[in-house]
Design a protein around this ligand. Structure first.
Ligand code: S3P
Length: 173
């Protein structure tokens, strides 16, 4: 692995990628980009509206474009959406131009975090608290295939994000 100047944070909805990204960027004195925020700016509407008005395929197109637009950024921490690595060539792209970090959470902690979240997530619309455990467990199992290609797999349940800092400091310039 060569030193990198871009970090991509990867993981399921609710795994704390944006919070972690902001903290890491602050500690490294790097820029921070939240892919969902970038997509909302590009579309001129919020994520739930993009899904309901334009549809998921349109969202995925914008998501991929927003990601590839970051290619020439340097000294940047980028938090991705939960589905970002699982569409098109997004995962290979991130591996090829940065350090990929999967913030891994157990289904139990994700269920707890998502149940307590006030954020509107289009993929969870219509799933009540009885259906949430099954949905999260199977979606996570499906997506692990992409997530686990990440260079670093970080246990997001038992560790503080600052523990990650010493791991990544060896791999950045
Ligand atoms: C999605 C996750 C969301 C957002 C969109 C789709 C997904 O981001 O990109 O609702 O497919 O898992 P977060 O992971 O930040 O919730």
């Amino acid at each position: 692995m060569y030193p990198t100047n871009k970090i991509f944070l990867i993981g399921f909805m609710g795994s704390g990628k944006s919070t972690a990204g902001r903290k890491l960027a602050f500690q490294l004195n790097w820029s921070f980009f939240d892919l969902d925020e970038k997509i909302q700016k590009m579309a001129g509407m919020n994520i739930p509206d993009i899904f309901s008005v334009k549809g998921e395929p349109y969202f995925r197109k914008l998501e991929s474009q927003a990601l590839h637009d970051l290619q020439h950024e340097t000294n940047a921490v980028i938090s991705t959406g939960g589905g970002t690595p699982c569409f098109g060539d997004n995962m290979d792209f991130m591996i090829s131009c940065g350090l990929t970090i999967y913030i891994r959470m157990t289904p139990v902690s994700l269920i707890e975090r998502l149940e307590g979240s006030s954020e509107k997530r289009p993929l969870l619309i219509g799933i009540d608290s009885n259906g949430l455990p099954d949905y999260i467990t199977s979606k996570l199992a499906e997506r692990e295939k992409w997530y686990s290609k990440s260079e670093i797999v970080f246990d997001g349940v038992n560790n503080d994000i600052l523990d990650l800092l010493s791991l990544i400091k060896k791999q950045i310039r």
